[in-house]
Ligand binder design. Structure first.
Ligand code: NAP
Length: 420
């Protein structure tokens, strides 16, 4: 493996595919794992998560050789590039990696590096579990009721990056085409306009929904809800719903039942051990996650809805400092917290590293290191329950001790050593 400016560690082995057809990975006990600390608070949460994760790996008889990779600010410093080829190649070749947040300027500048990474490496499912940890303060009265996993399609929708800036020749060409050739005259207002395209494909939808259903079956969940705004955007979001139901009906036999069949054939009575696939309109869903929290389990949705809904769910379990995530492709995983680079706190050793640590827990789960994953989660939970927390939780708790990022990570490391 040839790289320009990064050095692959001598110790450790790459994770490799052993069965191309079944997309099965061979996971060594001492893998090489690329890590990108990220921009802004990435410089705080990246090293903190790294320490916690390597402690949990060692405590369960394994080891990790980290391969530091760079993008965003660190990419510009080292390579004079936002997204160096070394980084894309390393994440591609080593298959399982973890990253912190990357800054994306609004309006001008470069396109989102996160979106570029997800698209280039075909990380098509962004998975965001939202569950409550004991002791975490929440704005709702029963935060323990929140236990949902959002599967967000990651490669298309309005995030695909097909858009044209107002005032350019291109945007005028598109306007002309849409008005004159496609017959949507009088649709655009006069004067400057920006235009974006929203592709939703059968391939993108079906592989995402399949992944959500597989997860729900494996984890004994009760339902998968297709979240869409198909009443308005019929040929994109409505089609997402239809293709989603098609997957459920055609590929899962008796294991899965759709909500309409349930009512037509069984008066709404759900049989035991059957996964229900239903659908909800996105705006209603944003309300339901708050008002009917226990009725939902796994959500499968498109890129933009998924971003909104998972943040709303995250708010109920303690906010962005807590909410983990991971991107999955075929035989690939890139763990990353839901939060961004929060530039105003960068380098202050202040923010909560839990979201990145728990993203690492998801990565461990993917590796099949369930014992290490449980150890990480238990240690984080015990630390928070003991009232040892960062500023974001401390401000909503009485009698808690406010710790910095690295102090919190040390406290978690101490608990891992006790619990192991
Ligand atoms: P943000 O960075 O997530 O921060 C928003 C607020 O969330 C912070 O001000 C803070 O709230 C809280 N927060 C976030 N992370 C936290 C942590 N680890 N611990 C404690 N509190 C935390 O969102 P943003 O300000 O909208 O975005 C900043 C940049 O990040 C943008 O360039 C955006 O594009 C980028 N971004 C990147 C990713 C990614 O890399 N995957 C994701 C989202 C956004 P309080 O100030 O109230 O404490």
């Amino acid at each position: 493996m040839e790289y320009d400016k990064i050095e692959v560690p001598d110790e450790g082995e790459p994770i490799e595919v052993v069965d191309e057809e079944r997309i099965e990975l061979d996971i060594p006990d001492h893998p090489i794992i690329p890590i990108l600390h990220g921009d802004g608070i990435g410089v705080d949460v990246g090293p903190a998560a790294q320490t916690v994760l390597e402690t949990a790996a060692r405590a369960t008889g394994r080891d990790i050789s980290w391969l530091r990779v760079y993008a965003g600010e660190s990419g510009r410093e080292k390579y004079d590039e936002n997204l160096p080829e070394d980084t894309v190649k390393a994440i591609k070749e080593f298959r399982v990696a973890i990253k912190g947040p990357l800054t994306t300027p609004v309006g001008s500048g470069y396109r989102s590096l996160n979106v570029a990474l997800r698209q280039r490496l075909d990380f098509y499912a962004n998975v965001r579990p939202t569950y409550h940890l004991e002791g975490v303060p929440s704005p709702v009265s029963k935060p323990e009721e929140m236990d949902m996993v959002t599967f967000r399609e990651n490669t298309e929708d309005l995030y695909a990056g097909i858009e044209w800036e107002e005032g350019t020749d291109e945007v005028e060409q598109v306007r002309e085409f849409v008005e004159d050739e496609m017959g949507f005259d009088d649709t655009f207002h006069e004067g400057p306009v920006g235009i974006g395209v929203k592709p939703i494909s059968e391939k993108g939808t079906k592989r995402l929904v399949r992944r959500a259903i597989d997860y729900a079956l494996e984890h004994d969940r009760d339902s998968v809800t297709l979240v869409h705004k198909g009443n308005i955007m019929k040929f994109t979001e409505g089609q997402f719903r239809d293709w989603g139901y098609e997957v459920a009906r055609e590929e899962y036999g008796d294991e899965v039942i759709t909500e309409d069949t349930l009512w037509e054939e069984r008066d709404g009575e759900t049989p035991e051990d059957v996964l229900v696939v239903n659908d909800r309109i996105a705006d209603n869903m944003l309300q339901q996650v708050l008002t009917r929290t226990t009725q939902y389990d796994v959500l499968a949705t498109m890129n933009l809805n998924g971003d909104y809904i998972s943040d709303a769910c995250g708010a109920q379990i303690g906010g962005l400092g807590i909410a983990p995530g991971a991107n999955f492709g075929d035989a690939r995983c890139l763990a990353e917290p839901v939060h961004g680079s929060a530039p105003k706190y960068a380098g202050q050793d202040k923010v909560n590293p839990t979201a990145m640590i728990l993203s690492g827990e998801m990565m461990f789960d993917y590796l099949g290191w369930t014992d290490a994953a449980n150890l990480v989660r238990d240690a984080v939970e015990a630390t928070i329950a003991a009232g040892e927390v960062t500023y974001d939780l401390e401000r909503n708790l009485e009698d808690a001790e406010k710790l910095g990022t690295s102090e919190f990570a040390d406290a978690v490391v101490g608990r891992i050593e006790q619990l192991a």
